[in-house]
Design a protein around this ligand. Structure first.
Ligand code: PHE
Length: 344
């Protein structure tokens, strides 16, 4: 018993002299004193060797020692975690790997835009850009859409209060107007960009989307050139087996006008919700540039002719990557975006 008491006193002094200042030394202390095979446990095991009349006294001393060993441990732990906040030198492990920076990917709209630019680039089209905040003249009036023209109704947009003449452009055709204003034929441009319409947001409509306009003005440009250029484009974009059809249409800035459909890439033409069970999907509007448009910009319409077209990039994307909800493009959900990493 005497010997045990001396031992306890020696342990008490040992604990008193310790200052574990990092997680490893604290854990070593815990294992040595408080572990299942630790000193405290061993001392309790000695209880059976203590004479019965001394058991009570020894028990009290031992319990007190146990509490001391435990509370010392708790104190060090609390001090350690508050020190961690200030990050002591020994806590800082500079060899640990950092948080990974995940590589980003191109947005599907950018992927398709770049591909369109690349395909038309090979045909000699260069890229032209214009402002998203437009004036009435470039977005509508110059394009043969005077005020009160019924075709304006299809392209309601956002107007700027203090400047009733300013609006968010409804199509990239405004860039046609801007280019013809400053450049004389030959003109061979494509104009990718963002456009706006006053639409309720749903899977099929959004208040902003992207278009690519095309314009080719030169001597002897014919409707045959328009058809062949657009046919070449869709073959490059969707594969040689793509089928096209042109439907007569109306745009105030082209005459004659046509919409171009391709056979549905989602169902292969048998019918699905995307092609509204017709097997065909409209991908663009097009036509021969209206002579009045050319004259608006001082281009001699007896000498020059041209064709123009405008397509929605989201629609091309939908058919290429089978994206069935327009909202996905702008939600910034990485579960959607990271699927395009391999498409880079
Ligand atoms: N600007 C038209 C639209 O947004 C598309 C178009 C462009 C049609 C060029 C003909 C020529 O609907």
């Amino acid at each position: 018993m005497e010997q045990l008491l001396q031992q306890i006193e020696a342990y008490r002094q040992e604990i008193g002299s310790l200052t574990p200042d990092n997680a490893e030394s604290l854990e070593a202390y815990r294992i040595k004193f408080l572990g299942t095979k630790g000193i405290v446990k061993n001392l309790f095991n000695e209880m059976k060797n203590v004479p019965t009349d001394k058991k009570k006294e020894f028990g009290l001393i031992l319990n007190e020692f146990k509490q001391f060993a435990e509370s010392s441990y708790e104190d060090w732990k609390i001090r350690g975690s508050s020190l961690n906040g200030q990050s002591t030198a020994s806590d800082l492990d500079l060899t640990l790997p950092g948080d990974p920076l995940r590589p980003g990917s191109r947005h599907p709209i950018s992927l398709v835009r770049n591909e369109i630019v690349h395909i038309f680039g090979r045909l000699g089209f260069s890229v032209a850009e214009g402002p998203e905040i437009e004036d009435d003249w470039h977005n509508f009036t110059a394009l043969n859409l005077p005020e009160d023209h019924p075709a304006r109704d299809m392209q309601d947009t956002f107007y700027i209060h203090q400047h009733p003449d300013w609006l968010l452009r409804t199509h990239t055709s405004s860039v046609q107007a801007r280019v013809m204003e400053r450049q004389k034929p030959p003109i061979r441009i494509i104009c990718p960009g963002r456009v706006y319409r006053n639409e309720t947001i749903s899977a099929r409509a959004h208040c902003f989307f992207h278009q690519t306009e095309g314009l080719y003005v030169d001597e002897n440009v014919s409707f045959a050139d328009l058809k062949q250029t657009l046919y070449f484009f869709v073959q490059e974009m969707f594969g040689k087996d793509v089928r096209v059809r042109f439907r007569p249409s109306y745009f105030p800035f082209t005459e004659p006008s046509a919409e171009m459909d391709i056979n549905c890439r989602i169902c292969g033409g048998v019918g699905c919700p995307v092609c509204k069970h017709t097997g065909w999907v409209e991908i663009l509007g097009s036509g021969m540039v209206h002579p009045k448009m050319l004259e608006n910009f001082g281009i001699d319409s007896n000498k020059y002719t041209g064709f123009a077209f405008g397509m929605g990039i989201e629609r091309i994307c939908q058919l290429k990557y089978r994206i069935n909800d327009l909202r996905l493009y702008s939600q910034n959900d990485t579960r959607f975006l990271k699927q395009f990493i391999p498409a880079l």
